[in-house]
Design a protein around this ligand. Structure first.
Ligand code: UGA
Length: 456
């Protein structure tokens, strides 16, 4: 088999492993390009490996030298499904390489640069664009004529135009193409997007960017940079709003004794509502929803516009976290002082080791503040939370001697644990399943039978 043939087979194996069968049906011949990716966190690394899987040759750059060293050695430092094997395969095929200095882009004939650096929340609530401007400055010195700089980092309305001025390279195009991937399923989402969105002042630049994704079967939308900026923030704010509604409703269900699972099923079958993003939790978190809702509110206030629903969404989320603590307090007998709470889950969601803005950590912080001991277990995430807190190595160790078990992240392995083992190990069998993942038909009888025999 030729090198090219071998490459195609291996890449198809990666693509097949992470995409729905639909993808293979609409496989189109794509023009391969040289692509640079700046910033190699969740978004950047996924973008780099996703584009390399589609057949492009990708050069990844990050200012973190240790990260570049590890990636060059074939090690992915984050827990994210599919990235490790994709990196190994694509590195061995020389489809992806990593560099320490932006100047190494020179001479690599790069046609597209994807900026994927973080845009954290600043103290004023605005998005902090420091890293984006620094990337633009570096690219201004190395981008070749007619190349396209594609902004994937989430930026507020109007930022794209400011970046064009900062770039000061009229011979280089700037486009915006926000990403919609989720941590925990990032590569799968990259390969199976609901839509691909590009905005630029040049329609031909937008079309060139879309051409990179020709192999993907998804609606492709060409619009303005400004529209992409609002679409990204609005999408995240809308999803967060839905979750705040879900969490409030789950609370009502708990009070009325109605199963939220049944309500969600009944609502989700309405095609206008849809069944995704209807799972309750202790609150929503992560590196995106909290900062993007806040940044959208900041943008709106700059324009003298109030967004009461987004404000209520954020407020309802703080209340959801507080409510989780309140439920645990009630289960602990009205006071948390001196009680031991077993916690399952630290990550902001299952499938990732990311603890940024994790609702689990917020709940634990409040529990510790009320004087209880917390023993926590997570399959991949770690956190050091100070006095009264201990991270243990198994789910059963976390519940040993506990007065309450709180399930705060929806890892599948928690749903597979045998309830009687948990109830046996606990001081009192009080369970708060904030994610609704423990099968009630198995857990309820096990816990109730222990209570009735006075053992739990
Ligand atoms: C989110 C968006 O879903 C992505 O489309 C977007 O690209 C990304 O932000 C971003 O802006 O970079 P992510 O934060 O990775 O992705 O994860 P989500 O799956 O959206 O979860 C966010 C929070 O909502 C988590 O705390 C999660 O546990 C919670 N959630 C999600 C629920 O409580 N219930 C659900 O049904 C879904």
């Amino acid at each position: 088999m030729t090198n090219c043939g071998r490459y195609c087979c291996q890449v198809m194996a990666i693509v097949k492993a992470i995409s729905r069968p639909l993808w293979t049906k609409s496989r189109k011949k794509i023009t391969m390009s040289n692509v640079g990716v700046i910033g190699l966190g969740y978004v950047g690394l996924t973008t780099a490996l996703g584009l390399a899987s589609l057949g492009h040759t990708v050069t990844g750059y990050d200012t973190d030298h240790n990260l570049i060293h590890k990636l060059s050695e074939g090690d992915v430092l984050i827990h994210e499904e599919g990235l490790q094997s994709a990196l190994e395969e694509l590195s061995s095929l020389s489809r992806v390489r990593f560099i320490r200095k932006a100047s190494e882009f020179l001479g690599a004939d790069v046609e597209f640069f994807f900026i994927c650096v973080p845009t954290p929340q600043s103290q004023t609530g605005h998005a902090d664009l420091r890293f984006v401007f620094s990337a633009i400055k570096e690219l201004s010195a190395v981008a070749s004529k007619n190349s396209v700089i594609v902004l994937k980092s989430s930026v507020p309305f109007g930022a794209g135009a400011r970046l064009v001025s900062a770039l000061a390279r009229p011979d280089v195009f700037v486009a915006s193409s926000p990403e919609f991937l989720r941590e925990g399923s990032a590569l799968r989402d990259f390969m199976n997007p609901d839509r691909i969105l590009v905005g630029s002042e040049s329609e031909s630049a937008s079309r060139r960017v879309l051409g990179l994704f020709d192999g993907l079967d998804a609606p492709k939308i060409v619009t303005t940079k400004e529209a992409t900026e609002l679409i990204k923030y609005s999408s995240n704010a809308y999803l967060a709003m839905r979750l705040s509604f879900v969490n409030d409703l789950a609370h009502l269900c708990e009070k009325t004794g109605v199963s939220f699972r049944h309500v969600a099923e009944g609502m989700g079958t309405d095609s206008r509502i849809g069944s995704e993003f209807l799972s309750p939790g202790p609150g929503w978190g992560g590196s995106c929803f909290p900062k993007d809702t806040s940044a959208l509110l900041s943008v709106a206030s700059e324009f003298g516009v109030s967004l009461p629903l987004v404000e209520a969404t954020v407020r309802a989320n703080s209340q959801a976290i507080y409510r989780s603590v309140e439920t645990i307090r009630q289960l602990a007998g009205g006071s948390l002082l001196g009680k031991t709470i077993g916690v399952w889950g630290l990550a902001f969601k299952a499938g990732t080791d990311d603890i940024r803005e994790s609702p689990a950590l917020k709940v634990i912080g409040q529990l510790l503040g009320e004087g209880c001991e917390v023993k926590a277990y997570d399959p991949v995430a770690t956190a050091a939370l100070g006095e009264g807190y201990r991270q243990v190595n198994s789910a059963l160790e976390a519940v040993a001697g506990a007065h309450v078990l709180a399930v705060l992240t929806e890892w599948q392995e928690f749903a597979e644990i045998i309830p009687s083992c948990v109830a046996d190990a606990m001081a009192v069998s009080n369970i708060f399943d904030a994610r609704g993942i423990l099968p009630a038909n198995l857990w309820k009888p096990a816990v109730e039978s222990l209570r009735s025999t006075g053992e739990g």
